[in-house]
Design a protein around this ligand. Structure first.
Ligand code: ADP
Ligand code: ADP
Length: 225
């Protein structure tokens, strides 16, 4: 069964006195352990699609189904709870807490979710090792390179073991070599943990390395080759 299903997602924004349709009926099934590249020009609606998929924004029509649960009927508290437990987000900019170390940045979301300090530190150190950052745990974000910061941001996104990882240009700020290195770490994590991931990118070389490639064509999801 798919981890996450998009069913007939529609979304328009107000534009002057009219409406501008962005998504016009998006259908998609996302499976465990699978990396899907979302490749489309700027303005096509990638961020809108990721925000709706991640329950940050509501569609005008259609629904997001996560683990068999239709999210449209949930109240705001249940949507927020589901988002926090099931979805991890990574952005182009790391958004790490600047005054906390890399390890603390991985521990904080776990402690907010109710784990004690020892458990959070254990998983934080495991994730750092996974991302080949075991020597960087005590560093502040400002003391890390751009690629290291993004690897910490990816580790943080999965700190609470979500089922779905959504990434919006996670390597958009990095040089090509660093982009591939960061993607290697992300892909290994997805395969090892059975995450289902959608990664919006303009980097075609990275898109080629993923399992599936989709684009947005006139507001609909089209699978490439
Ligand atoms: P992409 O991520 O592919 O660049 P977006 O999803 O950010 O595309 O935006 C798609 C279109 O929707 C753009 O024309 C953008 O200006 C518009 N848009 C996005 N968010 C809003 C919003 N909150 N209000 C109005 N228009 C928006
Ligand atoms: P470094 O020499 O550490 O590699 P960068 O060239 O990556 O520095 O960063 C230059 C500036 O941009 C710094 O002030 C840094 O804090 C900021 N910066 C770099 N990457 C990011 C990011 N992903 N998100 C937010 N700010 C960033």
């Amino acid at each position: 069964d798919p981890v996450l299903k998009l069913v007939g997602i529609e979304k328009s924004y107000k534009e002057g006195s009219g409406t501008l349709p962005i998504l016009r009926g998006c259908d998609f099934n996302l499976f465990s352990g699978e990396l899907t590249a979302l490749v489309a020009p700027s303005g096509a609606g990638k961020s809108t699609l990721l925000h709706i998929t991640g329950l940050l924004e509501k569609p005008d029509a259609g629904d997001v189904v996560i683990g068999g649960k239709a999210c449209g009927k949930l109240d705001d508290a249940d949507r927020t709870r589901l988002r926090r437990t099931e979805i991890g987000f990574v952005y182009q900019f790391h958004h790490l807490l600047p005054e906390f170390s890399a390890l603390e940045n991985l521990m904080i979301p776990q402690m907010i979710a109710g784990l004690d300090k020892r458990e959070a530190a254990k998983r934080g150190n495991d994730l750092l090792a996974y991302m080949r950052l075991e020597k960087r745990g005590t560093h502040l974000p400002s003391q890390l390179s751009g690629g290291e910061r993004q690897r910490v941001a990816i580790a943080r996104a999965v700190a609470n073991a979500p089922k779905v990882l959504l990434a919006d240009e996670p390597t958009g700020n990095l040089d090509p070599k660093t982009s591939h290195y960061v993607f290697d770490a992300l892909a290994a994590l997805v395969r090892a943990t059975g995450l289902a991931a959608i990664i919006a990118t303009h980097n075609m070389a990275l898109a080629e390395r993923m399992d599936r490639r989709i684009t947005l064509d006139e507001g609909r999801i089209v699978e490439l080759e």
